[in-house]
Design a protein around this ligand. Structure first.
Ligand SMILES: [Zn+2]
Length: 374
């Protein structure tokens, strides 16, 4: 039987399947003539796909069978018990398959383990870390608490000295997303003119200290330079309306930059971490962080709504990766999934191209991909 690169979301597994360089038809997602993995070869040859079976077998250690006859104390975890395939479907981004197909694929890939212990595949299981409060306290980003309780704490209880976060754990995940931005990369910044005249170039940099309004990644008073990959998205992001005059400045990155790429924070592969329990217990938090970054800010959004992401930004600003400071954050544009924005803590890391200042008037606004919410 064969599975294929389309059966997976996991970046690491997809790459390994592509590297085998064999094409075929998939028995699970039914893609035709795609990069595929021959499961029999994978079981019989450790070198095939870098011992992919070994890595999947490792996942089995993360779960135990939920059996109230053997351990009645587990009853309090009743709501957390699901079949193995459902656990992996809900709490990892490994698969791009419905859970019944994941179940079939697991039984094939892990055939040896399936024969040894069918219960693990067919009965309800729970993640093992739930039985270890200390582990959750030490390795959970919020010491075993949720993203929502962190939001509540930092917004309404303890803004500057919240002790809820295991900062070193959160930084480990940030570090795993680090990317470098090459010299010469080009970005845009747009502003709406408030007097009907084009804005001069000198006013197109970061908002001056003390004057900057609160943003997704800066508290009010702190002026960071927000840039966007595309000029049209930059104009849309500033919520320009019909007939507004918008000036767009183009910037060039002047030295190689180190960025934490939050657009990758919920796409990290479980297989890249030695501590897989730490990944599992924090998976939902990383997804909530991602959501919080993408949530479109409405004009009515109050300053307090930005506090959780400002906290994240501050933490990143003071991180060191291989002895080097982080220059900024890369993230997905809130209005276009395909576009990346960056925020630079030091605006001098980008040079404005004075000759390329352009002013546009918004003549038409098109609404596409409207999503019904009620
Ligand atoms: Zn497939």
């Amino acid at each position: 039987m064969k599975c294929c690169e389309n059966c997976f979301n996991d970046v690491d597994i997809k790459a390994r399947i592509r590297d085998i360089d064999e094409r075929g038809d998939c028995d699970f997602c039914h893609s035709k003539n795609v990069y595929s993995l021959d499961i029999k070869k994978a079981i019989n040859n450790e070198n095939y796909a870098e011992n992919i079976i070994f890595d999947f077998e490792g996942l089995l250690n993360l779960y135990i069978v939920y059996d109230l006859n053997k351990s009645p104390a587990l009853e309090k975890l009743d709501d957390e018990s699901h079949k193995l395939a459902d656990q992996l479907f809900n709490n990892t981004n490994i698969f791009n398959l419905p859970s019944n197909e994941i179940s079939k694929l697991l039984k094939e890939l892990l055939h040896r383990k399936y024969i040894e212990n069918k219960e693990l595949f067919n009965s309800l299981v729970i993640p093992r870390y739930l039985l270890n409060d200390n582990l959750m306290k030490n390795n959970g980003i919020f010491k075993g608490k949720t993203w929502e309780s962190f939001e509540r704490d930092i917004k309404y209880n303890n803004r500057f000295h919240s002790t809820m976060t295991n900062e070193n754990i959160l930084m480990e995940f940030f570090e795993a997303t680090t990317v470098s931005l090459p010299v010469g990369s080009e970005f845009y910044r747009a502003r709406i003119s408030n007097n009907g005249d084009p804005i001069p170039g000198y006013a197109m940099g970061a908002a001056p200290l003390g004057i900057a309004g609160p943003g997704r990644l800066n508290a009010s008073g702190i002026g960071y330079l927000y840039l966007c990959e595309r000029y049209d998205v930059a104009i849309a992001e500033i919520k320009s309306s019909l007939n507004d005059l918008c000036t767009v400045a183009k910037f060039k990155i002047s030295s190689e930059l180190n960025l934490v790429d939050l657009s990758q924070i919920n796409k990290l592969s479980i297989f890249q971490f030695d501590n897989k329990e730490q990944y599992l217990m924090n998976y939902e938090i990383l997804n909530k962080l991602d959501y919080s970054m993408r949530r479109l800010s409405s004009n009515q959004r109050s300053e307090i709504e930005y506090v959780p992401t400002e906290f994240i930004s501050d933490l990143i600003k003071y991180m060191q990766i291989d002895g080097k400071k982080v220059d900024g954050i890369k993230y997905i544009s809130t209005i276009d999934d395909e576009t990346r924005d960056i925020v630079l803590f030091d605006e001098n890391k980008a040079i404005q191209l004075k000759d390329e200042l352009l002013t546009y008037q918004v003549k038409k606004i098109s609404y596409t991909n409207l999503k019904k919410v009620h």
